[in-house]
Write a protein that binds this ligand. Structure first.
Ligand code: NAD
Length: 352
């Protein structure tokens, strides 16, 4: 029986998780979900943001659904005891090297985008970001002395195997979607990107059904605002993906709608909303549970390889929004919003 480890975490995490687990139980009743502590809730109970029991069970299950961690109560903790350290620890333990962040503009919500609705209509893209290499991890790094004065450096380095495995995730993701992969680089200046591009080109031979094009990162930042609907799957090294996935998220204008997946080898993955623990609205039945529910759809598709129930969940969310239901973050003036629990119930009803 497939198992999922649910880590509700802090703030609105437990509220949105409760709705997501009910959706999971409805579309995949054979999946066993169990709960464990992470983040501030784990610090309060055990003194550690990632207790050994949680880590052991995450390694055993391999598939984790996470709410959110953090909050002002734990801001004073030392760096390695902050709630966020729990999240970093779990990503590392599961070897999650590929981050997938879809950005879809639901027609009913096009007005929420900071861009003109006609500019974002039809946007349905996913950023595939390399998560464990590149500039954020390369050595040497840090402060040093150069020619008699203080200096600092970071190193953007990729090994062939690191590029190949993320390129494959990019091609496979594109193959499941509309078959277009855009590779983002800065090869006109950076040798590491020229190397990256060669390997991506080589992998393209194994994926003849996917059309590949390349974009310089600076020009990508512009065309993403102008022609976002043109893009399907966008493959990026760690640094560029960090920046462009946030830019892509803003196209949709609704933080409470964005799911994400971080994938490792052999079906391992962590699925979580992009938003944080929103302490300002926690415990008030005001959180939008849709990002968490759409994270369940990603889990079904990527970790359990069940595209059919994943599509059912997405279609149910679309139906609820098309019917005009809105949580407070999505409601415009004059609209009467529904709470977290009511939104979860509406999605479950729309599954039927
Ligand atoms: P946030 O995403 O928690 O909140 C930003 C704003 O968006 C807030 O006004 C919040 O009310 C709103 N919002 C977020 N999610 C929402 C939802 N589902 N429905 C309705 N409104 C929603 O970001 P923040 O305020 O910068 O951070 C709060 C805490 O969350 C911090 O401790 C931060 O470190 C942590 N955080 C955790 C994660 C994670 O667990 N992956 C990610 C980002 C931030």
């Amino acid at each position: 029986m497939p198992r999922v480890l649910a880590l509700p975490g802090d703030g609105i995490g437990p509220e949105v998780m409760a709705e997501a687990l009910e959706v999971l139980a409805r579309v995949a009743p054979d999946v066993e979900s169990e709960r464990a502590l992470i983040g501030g809730a784990a610090i309060d109970a055990t003194g550690e943001p990632l207790p050994p029991d949680t880590l052991d069970r995450a390694r055993e299950c391999g598939v984790v659904l996470l709410g959110a961690v953090g909050g002002p109560r734990w801001d004073g903790q030392p760096q390695d005891k902050k709630p966020e350290a729990g999240l970093l620890g779990i990503r590392k333990a599961l070897g999650l090297y590929a981050n997938l962040r879809p950005a879809t503009v639901v027609p009913a919500l096009a007005a929420s985008s900071p861009l003109r609705p006609e500019g974002v209509r039809g946007v349905d893209l996913v950023v595939v970001r390399e998560l464990t290499g590149g500039l954020y991890y390369g050595q040497p790094r840090g402060r040093f002395e150069s020619e008699g004065e203080a200096a600092a450096r970071n190193t953007m380095v990729y090994r062939e195997s690191e590029v190949r495995r993320i390129a494959r995730v990019g091609f496979e993701t594109a193959a499941r979607r509309r078959g277009r992969l855009t590779n983002v680089h800065k090869a006109n200046v950076l040798e590491v990107c020229a190397f990256w591009n060669e390997i991506v080109e080589d992998e393209a031979r194994d994926h003849p059904g996917v059309s590949l094009d390349h974009q310089l990162v600076d020009s990508m930042a512009m065309v993403l605002l102008r022609d976002a609907a043109e893009f399907d799957t966008i493959l990026c090294p760690n640094l560029f993906g960090d920046i462009l996935s946030d830019e892509a998220a803003m196209l949709t204008g609704s933080l409470g709608m964005l799911p994400s997946a971080s994938l490792g080898e052999a079906g391992r993955g962590l699925f979580e909303p992009v938003h944080g623990s929103a302490p300002d609205i926690a415990g008030r039945d005001r959180a939008n549970p849709l990002a968490m529910i759409l994270s369940v759809a990603m889990l079904l598709e990527h970790a359990l390889e069940r595209p059919e129930p994943a599509a059912r969940v997405r279609a149910a969310v679309d139906r609820v929004l098309e019917a005009g239901h809105r949580t407070p973050d999505l409601a415009t003036s004059g609209e009467d919003p529904v709470g977290t629990r009511a939104m979860g119930r509406l999605v479950r009803e729309a599954l039927a």
